[in-house]
Design a binder for this molecule. Structure first.
Ligand SMILES: NC(=O)c1ccc[n+]([C@@H]2O[C@H](COP(=O)([O-])OP(=O)(O)OC[C@H]3O[C@@H](n4cnc5c(N)ncnc54)[C@H](OP(=O)(O)O)[C@@H]3O)[C@@H](O)[C@H]2O)c1
Length: 437
């Protein structure tokens, strides 16, 4: 049997401790599958005394993960610290430069420095594996990088943040407000004390930027993503969506268009009958649309110690099975030096259907004025519905419009016009509609 693969784990929190535990509990299966043992020979975290529920005394302890990356007797450096700078970045860079394989779950690090790190890995002939960085336990990186050879991706989109999907699912199922749902999610540990990063779409954007690079062979451009979060989604939107045959999801979407590549994160209406609309709670899903395959949807647990550890261990096992001297697949599908610059499609040219909800003064001429603004901007309407006012708001009405395919620019201009006309009593709500099978 080949020599054991020596693994160093930096970060022994939710994911790191699970990885160590599963490597111990599944040692025999992994040896059979990989043809060699996998042993943890080094570990690093901040607090040496903390009980992590697993005996790691056989592994050498390092206070400093960079020291571990440079000096430890390891073949693979597993980074599970987190953060886009500081010890995670320094240690991953040091490990790659020392010619060691790296496995990481760190989307923030890859979104910011992924291309530079991939260049080092490819120059050194080592692997930089990151399955757990996107959609936790779902094997989407492997699917896109290895199982879809010859396919040209036209669009990739997904539910990439469990917190947002949990909140939207409960809002729909129980008819409760965004704020009430968020508070409950925090109490149950599904949302952070400061939830901004999740609910405003930043976490989804990090993951999307990695998928975009894999899909289109472009440099990661995490700062070039159009982003809207879910905090202004109301019960009125959820109910109107349901009446129209849609469900609201926070999607990350990357799509090739004539003018470039769109990367956008925003609340989206998807047909209630589509597969992605059936993804509830904290579950994640990624849909990949290609010229040969059509639309493929992968769904499963996007976070949590064990689910994330499953992806990390899959990456470690791939390294254990790789043959010395064998050319590794490029980190982002294309050699890092050949990744093309990202050509951003302007959001104003985005084409699609739109849901527009307007709260207006209840007076004559308003309905006609709205229809005229739409027509003036060449927007053809699938439906326009005026809802009866609630008894306490007799002076206003709700108008709900669904457009046929049009452009973002036209919708923005029409809504600006309606706002200028002075008919609105509240901020207009605009939600994009996404085609999904
Ligand atoms: N949790 C998930 O469900 C999930 C899902 C997908 C991806 N990820 C990613 O996985 C990574 C780890 O997440 P996590 O939830 O496991 O985080 P976590 O529970 O906060 O654990 C972080 C670990 O890093 C250690 N650490 C922090 N600073 C360090 C330093 N300077 N030197 C050495 N160790 C240091 C901590 O040590 P102490 O324990 O001693 O404080 C802790 O063990 C992140 O990149 C995250 O985005 C997590």
């Amino acid at each position: 049997m080949a020599e054991a693969l020596r693994v160093g784990i930096a970060g022994l929190g939710t994911v790191g401790a699970s990885v160590a535990r599963v490597l111990r509990d599944k040692a025999a299966e992994l040896t059979r599958q990989c043809g060699r043992d996998i042993v943890v020979t080094a570990v690093s975290a901040r607090d040496r005394k903390r009980d992590r529920g697993i005996d790691l005394s056989a592994a050498t302890w390092f206070d400093d993960p960079v020291q571990m990356a440079e000096k430890a007797d390891i073949d693979v450096f597993v980074e599970l610290i987190g953060g886009d700078e500081g010890p995670a970045r320094l240690a991953v860079k040091a490990a790659l430069e020392a010619g060691r394989h790296v496995v990481t779950a760190n989307k923030a690090l890859l979104a910011k420095h992924g291309v530079a790190l991939a260049e080092i890995a490819e120059k050194k002939g080592v692997l930089l594996n990151y399955e757990a960085a996107v959609a936790g336990g779902i094997p989407v990186i492997k699917t896109m990088r290895e199982a879809m050879a010859g396919n040209a991706v036209t669009r990739v989109f997904g539910i990439l943040n469990g917190t947002c999907n949990y909140i939207l699912t409960r809002m729909e199922a129980e008819g409760i407000s965004f704020d009430a749902c968020l508070k409950d999610a925090q109490r149950l540990g599904y949302a952070e004390a400061d939830p901004t990063f999740d609910i405003e779409g930043h976490d989804t954007a990090h993951k999307l930027s990695i998928l975009t690079s894999l899909a289109f062979g472009t440099k990661i451009a995490a700062n070039d993503i159009y982003m809207e979060g879910i905090s202004n989604i109301s019960q009125a939107d959820i109910r109107a969506a349901a009446d129209l045959g849609y469900r609201i999801k926070l999607l990350g979407v990357a799509q090739r268009t004539d003018s470039g590549i769109e990367q956008r994160v925003h609340p989206t209406m998807v047909p209630t009958a589509s597969v992605i609309a059936q993804v509830h709670g904290v579950t994640n899903a990624v849909a990949i649309e290609t010229d040969i395959l059509g639309e493929l949807l992968l769904s499963g647990p996007g976070a949590g110690g064990n689910a994330t550890a499953s992806a990390v261990i899959g990456d470690i096992a791939d390294i254990a099975k790789s043959r010395p001297g064998f050319q590794h697949a490029p980190v982002f599908g294309w050699p890092a030096k050949e990744l093309k610059p990202y050509k951003k499609a302007r959001m104003r040219s985005h084409a699609g259907g739109y849901f527009i909800r307007l709260t207006v003064h209840d007076r004559t001429g308003v309905f006609a004025a709205i229809a005229k603004r739409m027509a003036d901007n060449d927007i053809s309407l699938e439906s326009i519905v005026q809802q009866a006012a609630a008894p306490e708001t007799q002076a206003q009405k709700t108008v709900i419009l669904v457009t046929h395919e049009t452009t973002e620019a036209a919708v923005r201009k029409a809504v600006e016009g309606i706002t200028k006309d002075g008919h609105l009593t509240d901020k207009p709500q605009v939600i994009r509609i996404e085609r999904a099978e």
